[in-house]
Design a binder for this molecule. Structure first.
Ligand code: NCD
Length: 360
């Protein structure tokens, strides 16, 4: 096997100028993700493996003996959850994932209680964390910040893994992983994710989950992607170019109702008005981009409704009880695939295989 290129051999300028997909191979060790910084870094075999590992992990965890076995796998390690942007779901999902695999979690969520208030740079703060912890899981409002941290640590003696738990408007790779895992579980018995059509609905201009998932889905050929939004919230050309390069069929439309019957999955998102500078989103008419109980009749029987959450009013609560509403299961899938990711990063995945095989 060819030796994988190492991040520490790159200078910042060279690394920064690379395309997102070029960077990916620098985040990999032994064919497994080491850093998790963008969605494009994943290969199809890695995604298949993480889905398999997540399912094995949740199966083993059903018994007390199995749960204790998994908690022992990373009991010597500690995780730093550094979230300088609001989060409860992703934060707790990682927190619970750490508990499943025995990683001891610690957190910094409010930089006003840290030395950053004394003028310390976030880079120095993270370097300090790296002295105490074995992995940094971080969310930051600035796109590319997690890349910077991973590179910075690669130049030190403690080049610990960095996981991006959401960076600016750009990337949310582990949300894309849990979305893939949800699609995998939903369609596994019916031919898998390939050739599945998906509609992304809502704020596609600023929703990082859509950007990450749209790119990951290029690894599953045959499906068409619909982008359903008011003009001013439509998906960026950069994503459409990536789809073109990958040969993925796509359609940009404002017609939600006629798109619903065409697809296998409807991926709803909220309006991301925390990025508004002058409350401009409140003037956009989003009324035609909400999933109500009346839309359920338009949806195919075997299709699913997804949402990264939190939701506002883009999915009516009376849709929740429909068996095709997948968003609450999506949340649980997230915890298991993040547990699988942590096991894989620390190369304890073979232990899961061995234990799982012993149950058969
Ligand atoms: C998403 C995010 O933070 O980008 N939430 C999440 O992590 N599940 C979506 C959102 O905030 O709308």
């Amino acid at each position: 096997m060819a030796k994988e290129p190492e991040l520490r051999n790159l200078d910042w300028q060279t690394f920064q100028e690379m395309s997102t997909s070029e960077k990916g191979e620098y985040f990999t060790v032994n064919d497994k993700p080491h850093h998790v910084l963008n969605a494009q870094q994943f290969t199809r075999p890695q995604l298949d493996r993480l889905c398999e590992l997540a399912t094995k992990t949740r199966t083993i965890s059903k018994t007390r003996e199995g749960a204790l076995f998994i908690q022992d796998l990373l009991c010597e390690k500690r995780a730093m959850l550094y979230f300088s942007q609001p989060s409860s779901r992703t934060f707790l999902s990682f927190y619970a994932a750490c508990q499943i695999v025995g990683l001891k979690p610690a957190e910094v969520r409010d930089t006003s209680t840290s030395s950053e208030l004394k003028g310390e740079s976030p880079e120095d703060s993270v370097r300090t964390f790296s002295s105490y912890f074995d992995v940094i899981i971080m969310r930051h409002p600035k796109g590319g910040f997690a890349d910077r941290i991973a590179w910075m640590l690669s130049q030190t003696e403690r080049a610990i893994p960095v996981i991006n738990a959401g960076s600016g408007k750009d990337q949310h790779p582990t949300q894309a992983l849990l979305d893939i895992y949800t699609l995998h579980r939903s369609f596994d018995q019916a031919g898998g994710i390939e050739n599945r059509d998906i509609a992304f609905v809502g704020d596609l201009a600023r929703g990082r989950t859509v950007r990450s998932l749209a790119q990951l889905l290029t690894l599953y050929p045959g499906g068409k992607q619909y982008f359903v939004a008011p003009d001013s919230l439509q998906i960026g050309d950069d994503i459409l170019n990536i789809l073109d390069q990958a040969g993925v069929e796509h359609e940009v439309t404002g017609d939600f109702k006629s798109t619903i019957p065409k697809v296998d999955a409807v991926y709803m998102t909220r309006i991301q008005d925390e990025w508004d500078k002058a409350h401009e989103s409140k003037d956009i008419d989003t009324s035609g981009f909400k999933f109500t109980a009346a839309h359920l009749d338009l949806l195919r029987d075997d299709a699913i409704i997804m949402h990264p959450l939190p939701r506002r009013d883009e999915i009516a609560p009376d849709v929740d009880k429909d068996p095709r509403a997948m968003y609450w299961r999506q949340v649980r899938n997230g915890m298991w695939v993040r547990a699988a990711l942590l096991l894989s990063i620390f190369e304890r995945d073979r232990d899961i295989d061995a234990y799982f095989d012993s149950l058969q």
